[in-house]
Write a protein that binds this ligand. Structure first.
Ligand code: PGA
Length: 241
């Protein structure tokens, strides 16, 4: 069944960040021990800044919040400057009162990666699932590292990164050759199990992806299209026309 997504068009990146932050803020105020699904990349940086500011203004406490990140590179030390663990600490975790034991990212350094994938989904299930999941979207419609062609029923798994994704992410490394070839990512089904989803996208480059999503056509060639079947999705987007 196709459900109706909520579309919020904004004029600026900062407005997108504020609108998204407000949804997260209200979630934490409503349920102080919320389980949040978080994302890395350029899209959420402003939202994290806003959450840090609200925290510093005493408006929100992360004391009992748990977080699960969507993905992490395989074979990169978590303390590496380009790891998603480092990104999250620099952009959010170091500046709020979250407990270290409540922070979860897939472990890309695990010896048994298949076991780590299973364990990650089990850890999410153990806290009764994600209350609110943040997503960005790739120009090709990817969510997390789920590239076009990923089965909709995928759970957390190991993926080989496409050349275009490695090129896009090279900005975080000294050299494109240093971008890992594989990543561990929550699957599309792992994402769909979240109770509520917020997807943020801003800028000209995302135009085609947003238009495709709006067209309502559901296909594994465009991973984000599966979100059309989720009962509670808000898309906050702008700068695309
Ligand atoms: P971005 O990436 O936020 O850096 O644009 C989003 C994505 O590719 O999922």
């Amino acid at each position: 069944m196709i459900r109706k997504m909520k579309w919020i068009e904004v004029n600026t990146y900062d407005e997108m960040s504020e609108v998204a932050a407000k949804i997260f803020l209200e979630q934490i105020q409503k349920k102080p021990n919320s389980v949040l699904g978080l994302a890395t990349g350029g899209s959420p940086v402003g939202m994290y800044k806003e959450l840090v500011a609200r925290h510093q203004a005493g408006q929100v406490s992360f004391k009992d919040v748990q977080t699960f990140n969507l993905d992490e590179y395989v074979g990169l030390k978590r303390t590496s400057p380009a790891s998603y663990w480092t990104f999250m600490h620099n952009n959010l975790f170091n500046d709020v009162n979250i407990k270290q034991e409540n922070i979860h990212l897939p472990n890309g350094e695990a010896e048994d990666l298949a076991a780590e994938c299973k364990a990650y989904d089990a850890r999410i299930d153990a806290v009764e699932g994600i209350d609110l999941q943040l997503l960005g979207i790739g120009v090709n419609g990817h969510i997390g590292f789920n590239e076009p062609g990923t089965p909709f029923d995928s759970m957390t798994n190991i993926v080989e990164l496409t050349t275009s994704t490695r090129t896009e992410n090279a900005i975080y490394f000294d050299d494109e050759a240093e971008v890992p070839t594989h990543a561990i990512t929550m699957g599309i089904q792992s994402i769909m199990k979240a109770k509520e989803i917020v997807l943020i996208a801003f800028g000209e480059k995302k135009l085609a992806a947003i238009q495709k999503l709006k067209s309502g056509h559901i296909t594994e060639d465009f991973p984000a299209s599966q979100l059309l079947k989720h009962p509670n999705v808000t898309i906050i987007y702008g700068g695309t026309n």
